[in-house]
Design a binder for this molecule. Structure first.
Ligand code: AR6
Length: 176
């Protein structure tokens, strides 16, 4: 499903973040050291090849809510934006830190003239953030940021599971 806010299309799809060839940037749910890891980060580094980890090395470590940008290497996307989500129950205040991930990634993309970006559901895997609560923060932040963007015109949430897709679609339809 799609929603348009001030000329920015926001959509939810089910899929794999490494298979979004029509967007300029994909967002990595990274670890602080920007190394391979599992989940989204593992899939992105596998698809991008070893050059990505090499490019990441001087940019690490990052703190929760921060975002940094690299090239896409062997991915079909020109850029990867790496952000560190909060670990649920241990990084506080978690909603603010999670909102910072989406805000900082969008602003960084916009500053680089990027027109399309895809996000996974940051922190909802290994980091344990309940998906419904995370989706409210993610979608609320994207809806708030959309009117201020100069270049980004497409923001896609890529959800791995059917239930995660349903939750995001419901919250997007309700306006955050
Ligand atoms: N495409 C889209 N979504 C995915 C994919 C994929 N290929 N793979 C998993 N997901 P996670 P986090 C979903 O654990 O919670 C790593 O080891 C997954 O089902 O990747 O921020 C890093 O190195 C879940 O809903 O990210 C960090 O140490 C969501 O993406 C740590 O995990 C996020 O799951 C980051 O944990």
């Amino acid at each position: 499903m799609k929603r348009e806010v001030d000329g920015v299309t926001i959509e939810c799809v089910r899929g794999d973040i490494t298979r979004q060839p029509d967007v300029e940037a994909i967002v990595n749910a990274a670890n602080a050291r920007l190394t391979t890891g599992g989940g989204v980060a593992g899939a992105i580094h596998r698809a991008a090849g070893p050059g990505l980890e090499e490019e990441c090395r001087p940019l690490a470590p990052i703190s929760p809510g921060e975002a940094v940008i690299t090239g896409g290497h062997d991915l079909p996307n020109a850029h990867v934006i790496h952000t560190l989500g909060p670990v649920y129950g241990s990084d506080h205040p978690e909603a603010e830190l999670l909102a910072n991930c989406y805000r900082n990634a969008l602003r960084l993309a916009d500053e680089h003239g990027i027109t399309s970006i895809a996000f996974p559901a940051i922190s909802t895997g290994v980091f344990g953030y309940p998906v419904e609560m995370a989706a409210r923060v993610a979608i609320g932040t994207v809806l708030d940021e959309a009117p201020g963007l100069q270049n980004v015109r497409l923001i896609r949430f890529v959800l791995f599971g059917e239930q995660d897709l349903e939750v995001h679609e419901r919250i997007l339809a309700a306006g955050g």
